[in-house]
Design a protein around this ligand. Structure first.
Ligand SMILES: *[C@@H]1O[C@H](CO)[C@@H](O)[C@H](O)[C@H]1NC(C)=O
Ligand SMILES: *[C@@H]1O[C@H](CO)[C@@H](O)[C@H](O)[C@H]1NC(C)=O
Length: 263
């Protein structure tokens, strides 16, 4: 009887913590090159999410509960499926209430007094003048359910409309085209992140930059083809392409701490 209770308790505990996890390298390391995540900051405001929809995990997000935007989302590129956009946004119940379920949902499971304490809600974006800018994008998703799972507000940050719809979109298109030909037979890992603007005091921080880095692994588990891009978050975005090492240097300056993308 005691043993049975113990097993029951364990299964309850593990199902309750499957989505916001202590260590996403061990829980959903499949989204990281060589199973190693980009830099994780140690402060408790940062949460590690294995992004789960209907009990399937689609990508990983390192989330900043103070600024209520991600630091980055990490995902694999496995071809372009031309998915449709659901245009309604999930939240992550366990960010506000660790006792809630592991699947992203439309927020109804979280008590109204707790909902949004640690994360962005739709009302933070409505009439803000900013788009809900995807980090892990719809365009590079390899299945409709994966595309649907990118519609989590924990995978989005306020993005200037022209930057999102013109300049950043162009970057997603050209990255997809490049990867389809250059890395067609190799595993491809992508990380997309944002840099919070320390001078912005909105409830949901309007980041100063969006950035992306990719790595195609060869048989020796090295990045045989890789690159980075960073753009300022304004309507006339200044976008710069660079090597992964130069992007790491740029991010080190912007975040004010060491930042490693791939290992
Ligand atoms: C970008 O342009 C759109 C459309 O003209 C405007 O509504 C929005 O306020 C502008 N955003 C920024 C950050 O300048
Ligand atoms: C924040 O404001 C300070 C002082 O005005 C300025 O020097 C700095 O460049 C600003 N930082 C960003 C990211 O805009």
């Amino acid at each position: 009887m005691l043993l049975l209770l113990h097993v029951l308790m364990l299964s309850l505990l593990s199902s309750g913590s499957a989505k916001v996890v202590q260590d996403f390298e061990s829980e959903c390391g499949q989204f990281f090159a060589n199973g190693k995540s980009p830099t994780r900051f140690p402060e408790s405001q940062y949460k590690q999410i294995c992004q789960t929809l209907y009990d399937n995990v689609y990508y990983a997000t390192f989330y900043d509960t103070h600024n209520k935007i991600p630091v980055y989302s990490a995902y694999k590129f496995e071809g372009i499926m031309g998915c449709t956009r659901i245009e309604s946004w999930y939240i992550e119940p366990q960010i506000d209430d660790p006792n809630k379920g592991q699947n992203m949902d439309f927020g109804r499971t979280v008590n109204i007094h707790m909902r949004g304490i640690n994360q962005a809600l739709n009302r933070d974006y409505d009439n803000s003048g900013y788009d809900r800018g995807h980090l892990a994008p719809v365009y590079l998703a390899n299945s409709q359910s994966c595309a649907d799972a990118t519609f989590s507000l924990t995978n989005a940050a306020p993005q200037a409309k022209c930057f999102n719809r013109i300049f950043w979109w162009d970057e997603e298109l050209s990255l997809g085209t490049h990867l389809k030909t250059a890395c067609s037979s190799q595993p491809v890992y992508i990380v997309t992140g944002v840099v919070p603007d320390p001078n912005n005091s909105n409830r949901v921080n309007v980041p100063s930059h969006f950035w992306t880095a990719y790595c195609c692994l060869d048989q020796n588990n090295r990045c045989s083809d890789s690159g980075g891009v960073i753009g300022t978050n304004d309507n006339n975005s200044n976008i710069q392409k660079m090597s992964v090492a130069d992007l790491e240097e740029e991010l080190r300056n912007l975040y004010g701490k060491t930042f490693q993308l791939f290992q």
